[in-house]
Design a protein around this ligand. Structure first.
Ligand code: PEP
Ligand code: MG
Length: 324
């Protein structure tokens, strides 16, 4: 089977009835932009910038960051690279920037930290912009957005970075900007967000944690943590429908995208692309290549009528076996 999957990797990620589903990769540390991988993906759907920050002894400076980002952007060019601004806090602590809190996942994380420290965000934005010169494949993504004001403030800082660089004689192109949909409040603010940004990226790992009130890292409650919970599926369908209505691309970059059954459901919902860890690409591509879009739509309809996570899993297992 693995040989079969390997052979399929050079074929398009499209259903037998011709629906194309772009597959992207999540990256962090390594720039594994081999020609082989590049020919098989639509780009980088999520570059987690906090990952390189975790192995340094202090905040990397503008020059260091520019080099890091240039390596990513150049490595994957001309494919798009979605760079997420620093998403620390929660479970991701920097040794040189400790955050002590009783409830880290409900506390100071992501955009909440970087908007309180605009000097950190500005260095990062300036470095990203400088790194993208003459490549123009940079997309900027803001994590952990809860309120529209946070987006306005982040955009103001982006514009300021562009202006500053211009004054220094460095002309940069304004990148497309997106927000992570991972705090449940944003599910209900899609119209307001769409007025401000170019694309959406759903962080299903956090959205699951916050919608179900289940710590994503606590083994005691891990049986409750389920991205295929009917409530999640309802939220995801609503998000895809809203993004389609608002004419904005919507991607999903959490673990759910790397699950073949999850990927089929997301495709049927109307997600425009899926971003996953590279090892998940073969099985997701295989599922998409085997299942007609109309069958995936039927599957979605069946699943949306179920009441419990267990029913969803049992149903999906049965149907996936039929498509083996
Ligand atoms: C997510 O929350 O689904 C996500 C992709 O971001 P992270 O896992 O880095 O929080
Ligand atoms: Mg997240």
């Amino acid at each position: 089977l693995s040989e079969l999957l390997e052979h399929e990797q050079d074929l398009p990620s499209a259903t037998p009835d011709g629906h194309t589903m772009p597959l992207m990769v999540n990256t962090g540390l390594a720039v594994d932009a081999t020609a082989l991988l590049k020919s098989r993906i639509g780009g980088v759907g999520l570059y987690r910038t906090e990952v390189p920050f975790m192995i340094t002894e202090r905040f990397p400076g503008e020059k260091e960051q520019t080099k890091l980002y240039r390596d990513q952007l150049e490595g994957f060019a001309p494919l798009p690279v979605v760079m997420r601004t620093l998403d620390i806090g929660g479970d991701k602590d920097l040794p040189y920037f400790p955050i002590e809190e009783a409830n880290p996942f409900l506390g100071w994380r992501g955009m909440r930290v970087t908007l309180d420290h605009p000097e950190v965000l500005m260095v990062q934005l300036r470095a990203m912009l400088k790194a993208s010169i003459d490549l123009d494949n940079l997309y900027v993504l803001f994590p952990m957005i809860t309120n529209v004001e946070e987006v306005d403030e982040a955009l103001r800082l982006l514009d300021r970075a562009i202006l500053e660089l211009g004054e220094e004689g460095i002309t940069v192109v304004r990148p497309q900007v997106g927000v992570m949909i991972e705090v449940p409040a944003t599910i209900y603010q899609m119209d307001a967000l769409a007025k401000r940004v170019d694309f959406f990226s759903v962080g299903s790992n956090d959205l699951t944690q916050y919608l179900l009130a289940v710590d994503r890292n606590n083994p005691r409650v891990s049986s409750l943590y389920d991205a295929l919970h009917p409530a999640l599926l309802g939220a995801l369908l609503e998000l895809a429908t809203d993004a389609t209505r608002l004419n904005k691309p919507i991607s999903l970059c959490g673990e759910l995208a790397g699950d073949p059954a999850g990927a089929l459901l997301l495709m049927a919902m109307g997600f425009s692309s899926l971003s996953m860890n590279a090892p998940s690409l073969p099985k997701v591509r295989a599922a998409i290549r085997r299942v007609p879009f109309s069958d995936a739509e039927q599957l979605l309809k069946e699943v949306m009528a179920l009441d419990t996570p267990a029913q969803v899993h049992t149903h999906l297992e049965g149907r996936m076996d039929e498509w083996q």
